[in-house]
Design a protein around this ligand. Structure first.
Ligand code: ADP
Length: 551
């Protein structure tokens, strides 16, 4: 009785299952594992020549494993002869794909020079044809009660030479790369080498030493299993640096286990119907398993890509913010200087000027103010968002600031021919705790918008007392108005109403900054508006000392 049969019977007894064909099980495991790994590697990166060659090797390996198994289990002499020939056929392809893989690994593009590839392929083709002729196996020897044995012909020497030199060539290439590289790259070659060593150790021990020293050839049908270490380590080396993810490995292991179980079921089938049905299930599971692993690989890849992109985007965003801050900072100084000179010339420091020149200077001043506001908003955004803004809180009468900003816009409102007015009730309580410069910017943003987006009619600036704890600033205009949907988005960063983009200059930062600042001073900002009828923008801030309640 063969050793594998004894193992099989012992295993079955202990597991309490019907006799199980261990040879077939080993082939099934080897083929399933080989094909799954080959597909996973290939679909992980379809363009890579290394991955393509690896898939090719695993397919060839699977065919070789199946024919190798059949060679020891078929009793018909003619079929045996052809199966043995096919074993040799795929053995040549195996050696050939191994050589090409070693030459290319781990590169994405095919590495072998064309002429060399053509010469080797030509030679391999000749030997491939030869394996199917009587020059390698002339016939089979039939002994009673034994599996037919093939009779070798002289051509087997050619086969041996080509196969062995391809394998040796591959190993030499691998060894050379191993010495030439270092670090991470080297580790990849080491994995390959490790897989190869284990494979050869198994083959030498079971297919050679046992056969020659103890005349025990019972492990030869298990050969398919011996190639597994190489397939495993190579696929690991290929994917490790691309996709080492616990999710993928988990899916692979689970799929593999399910497929092996399905395969055991096929072997245990007692009727033909069962064999057909279970084989169908096995194949379906195999296909499904590969698809599942593929989709997990794809998902993990996408996740990694997203992570990379997020990091890149964050870096870009940081650089952009730094650039905006720097540019805004550099722009502000000269604009403030321009403002100073314009005001000096207007005030007559450079001698008398005509009314016309005064008008031009007023326009220049307005435009310059707008630029300063824009630059300030840009600077404020990054400062507030990064928490770098320092607030100089003071108790300030809001009416002072409002008056100052109001006056600043008189020329612009006049130029547009708007009815521009200010209304501050006499006894209004308006002492608030704010940073005067910042609240100045908020008020300027709101008034400037009202004038900018109103072509005719009026802009009314007011202070009101909504209750005893707050004072409210309001600007009512008769401009274009804002729809309900737009109102919700208005205080978001960079938001500008579609119809205004391109028509008026702006960044969509003014209201966003104003909201952040008002909220910093514990206030609220908002608006009432109707499309076509105008808008009222307002903000309220708490009074520094609330009005005492009357008894
Ligand atoms: P900017 O004015 O620089 O575009 P803002 O943040 O100050 O940015 O304003 C955002 C958008 O809100 C503007 O683009 C404009 O479309 C709209 N808007 C602001 N104020 C008014 C207003 N008084 N009337 C009509 N639309 C306005």
């Amino acid at each position: 009785m063969q050793t594998s049969e004894i193992i099989s019977i012992v295993l079955c007894r202990t597991m309490n299952i019907p006799a199980l064909n261990l040879d077939l099980l080993s082939v099934g495991i080897a083929v399933a594992a080989s094909l799954i790994l080959g597909s996973v590697v290939f679909f992980g990166n379809r363009k890579s020549a290394t991955n393509k060659l690896f898939l090719f090797l695993t397919i060839v390996n699977s065919f070789w494993s199946v024919f190798n198994y059949l060679a020891y289990h078929v009793t018909n002499p003619l079929i045996t002869l052809w199966i043995v020939r096919l074993v040799m056929f795929f053995a040549v392809l195996q050696a050939y794909s191994f050589l090409l893989l070693m030459y290319t690994f781990p590169k994405q593009s095919f590495q072998m020079p064309r002429k060399m590839f053509a010469a080797i392929s030509g030679l391999v083709l000749v030997v491939l044809v030869l394996t199917l002729t009587p020059y390698i196996f002339s016939g089979v020897e039939i002994r009673l009660g034994e599996v037919p044995r093939p009779i070798q012909a002289p051509g087997i020497i050619v086969f041996g030479l080509v196969a062995v030199s391809s394998v040796v060539g591959g190993i030499v290439i691998l060894a050379r790369r191993l010495f030439k590289t270092s670090g991470k790259e080297r580790r990849k070659f080491l994995y390959l080498l490790l897989g190869l060593i284990i494979m050869f150790l198994l083959i030498i021990t079971f297919n050679f030493l046992l056969v020659v020293l103890f005349s025990n050839s019972s492990f030869i049908p298990l050969s398919a299993l011996f190639t597994l270490p190489f397939v495993l380590f190579t696929s690991y080396a290929i994917v490790k640096h691309e996709l080492l993810d616990i999710k993928i490995i988990g899916t692979e292991v689970l799929t593999f286990v399910i497929i092996v179980v399905a395969f055991v079921e096929v072997i245990l089938s007692s009727t033909l119907g069962e064999v057909i049905f279970r084989s169908g299930v096995f194949i379906a599971l195999l296909v499904f398993g590969v698809l599942l692993i593929r989709s997990v690989v794809r998902e993990v890849k996408q996740r990694e890509k997203l992570q990379d992109l997020t990091i890149k985007l964050k870096e870009l965003d940081k650089q952009k913010n730094e650039f905006i801050s720097m540019a805004a900072h550099e722009l502000r100084a000269p604009m403030t200087a321009i403002k100073g000179y314009v005001s000096m010339v207007t005030q007559g420091d450079a001698g008398e000027i005509s009314e016309k020149a005064r008008g031009f200077l007023a326009d220049a001043n307005t435009i310059n103010d707008r630029l300063i506001r824009l630059v300030n908003n840009m600077l404020n955004v990054s400062r507030i968002e990064e928490g770098r803004m320092v607030f100089q809180l003071e108790t300030e009468e809001l009416s002072h600031v409002v008056r100052a900003v109001y006056s600043q816009f008189i020329p612009e409102a006049e130029r547009k021919g708007l009815d521009y007015s200010l209304k501050i009730p006499k006894h209004i309580r308006d002492k608030v705790s704010v940073d005067p410069d910042r609240i100045h910017e908020v008020i300027a943003n709101i008034i400037s918008n009202a004038i900018k987006y109103t072509d005719e009619g009026s802009v009314m600036v007011r202070l009101v007392q909504p209750n005893k704890e707050f004072v409210q600033f309001e600007v009512e205009d008769t401009g274009q108005g804002i729809s309900k949907e737009e109102q919700e988005k208005l205080f978001q960063k960079f938001y500008r109403i579609e119809t205004n983009v391109g028509k008026t200059t702006g960044t969509g930062l003014g209201l966003y900054i104003s909201r952040l600042l008002v909220e910093k001073f514990n206030g609220k900002i908002g608006l009432e508006s109707e499309l076509g009828k105008g808008s009222t923008f307002w903000f309220e801030v708490p009074l520094a000392i609330s009005i005492p309640k009357k008894n």
